[in-house]
Write a protein that binds this ligand. Structure first.
Ligand SMILES: NC(=O)c1ccc[n+]([C@@H]2O[C@H](COP(=O)([O-])OP(=O)(O)OC[C@H]3O[C@@H](n4cnc5c(N)ncnc54)[C@H](O)[C@@H]3O)[C@@H](O)[C@H]2O)c1
Ligand SMILES: [Zn+2]
Length: 369
């Protein structure tokens, strides 16, 4: 089996720097890769059922350690999963020097990372993200946590992994819809810090894993991670600059919440959020017509997403105002500009309603920016 390390980044954090390695086939050499990068072994693998069947069982066999398969899904990202992980680690005799491997999407990395943060007051963990979203976003930056019945991500810790290990070949089995949703975060990232990313997206009309060579996926992932890493290096605890990462998320989070997290994948809601932020920025002359068209084209090329036509704008607004990330002075938006983003732009509720209504009529279409 071949495996190739394509790139390696180092991310500073309050707990010490950690490496992100991105390559092809890395999962087939887990033991070796973890040993080479951090000089240690993983003592337990935690994953969800889907990823367990695809990669987890093989990974645990290769490492010669136990495997925990969580059910997966947003409702499972909760206390009981954390307790189950800790109890299993205890039963398996993991002590404070142990390290665990979180293999899966953002639900797995958030939950397992949080369990690692609290088990015996904190053990090391390796993040091995297997969704594009987790590769470019969830596994980098050190945020871990679970949901409460009252809302998402309300319990958590800053507990960065000791290593992030990205095998882009796992994207081969990721459903196209998940892949396309993850790319919405890449479009966001392009705007925040690396415009060339727009040229690295898969071709319009064929947004699938096989449409690009694995090395092109590696480059896309590495460049997204680099932007996020630069931002969190300056602002690990989200005092200021890290807010740029919320571009597209003011409306995105509200759409997800208003539909009970059942209609949109996170990235799909962010795609709507990017369109809305783009239009608001254009109205305020923050974005030129040409750059606005670039943004709309990039989002639209990811393909259709579930619609918003039947949604009540007032309900969306209510969820937006309740979002924990709102600024003190009403709804603070991150808006795109020709050369990046501006933070905390006050947008009147009536303008937000107008933009929602515009897209309720226009739909998700590049011809109606
Ligand atoms: N910590 C952070 O900074 C951060 C950032 C962004 C998102 N998140 C969190 O991430 C979560 C969403 O993560 P997600 O989108 O990765 O969802 P997910 O973990 O639910 O994965 C999506 C689906 O894909 C399946 N899957 C995963 N990898 C696969 C593969 N290689 N092949 C086939 N199927 C595969 C999973 O089983 C799941 O059904 C949310 O809970 C969100 O809050 C956290
Ligand atoms: Zn996001």
């Amino acid at each position: 089996v071949y495996h190739a390390l394509v790139d390696r980044l180092s991310i500073p954090s309050a707990r010490g720097d950690y490496a992100v390695v991105v390559g092809r086939g890395l999962l087939s050499a887990l033991d070796e890769t973890i040993d080479r990068e951090v000089g240690r072994r993983a003592h337990s693998v935690a994953t969800d059922r889907t990823v367990g069947a695809l990669y987890g069982r093989r990974a645990a066999a290769g490492l010669g350690c136990g495997l925990i398969e969580l059910p997966g899904g947003e409702p499972d990202k909760a206390w009981p999963a954390v307790e189950r992980l800790c109890q299993r680690w205890l039963a398996d005799g993991l002590d404070r020097r142990a390290a665990v491997l979180a293999l899966g999407g953002g639900i797995v990395t958030d939950t397992v990372g949080f369990a690692a943060a609290v088990y015996l007051r904190g053990i090391d963990w390796v993040a091995a993200p297997t969704t594009l979203l987790a590769m470019v976003d969830a596994s980098v930056g050190g945020k871990t946590g679970v949901n409460l019945p009252e809302g998402k991500n309300l319990v958590g810790a800053f507990w960065p992994p000791c290593l992030v290990l990205v095998d882009v070949e796992t994207l081969q089995t990721l459903p196209d819809r998940e892949l396309r949703a993850g790319l919405a975060e890449a479009v966001k990232t392009a705007w925040i810090g690396d415009n060339e990313l727009l040229g690295l997206l898969p071709p319009a009309g064929d947004v699938t894993f096989p449409s690009m060579p694995a090395d092109a996926w590696c480059e896309l992932v590495v460049r997204c991670i680099r932007v996020k890493a630069d931002i969190v290096a300056d602002d690990e605890r989200e005092a200021g600059a890290r807010a740029a990462l919320n571009l597209g998320h003011t409306l995105g989070h509200a759409l997800e919440a208003a539909t009970g997290y059942g209609r949109f994948l996170h990235g799909e809601a962010v795609a709507w959020g990017l369109l809305a932020a783009g239009r608001l920025a254009r109205e305020r002359q923050l974005l030129s017509a040409g750059r606005h068209a670039d943004l709309v084209e990039a989002v639209a090329r990811l393909g259709p997403v579930p619609g918003i036509a039947d949604m009540d704008p007032d309900l969306i607004i209510r969820h937006m105002v309740h979002d924990k990330k709102k600024g003190a002075a009403g709804i603070g938006w991150v808006l795109p500009t020709d050369r990046g983003v501006v933070l905390d732009q006050h947008v009147d509720i009536t303008d937000v309603v107008a933009v929602i209504q515009h897209y309720q009529e226009a739909g998700f279409s590049p011809s109606h920016p």
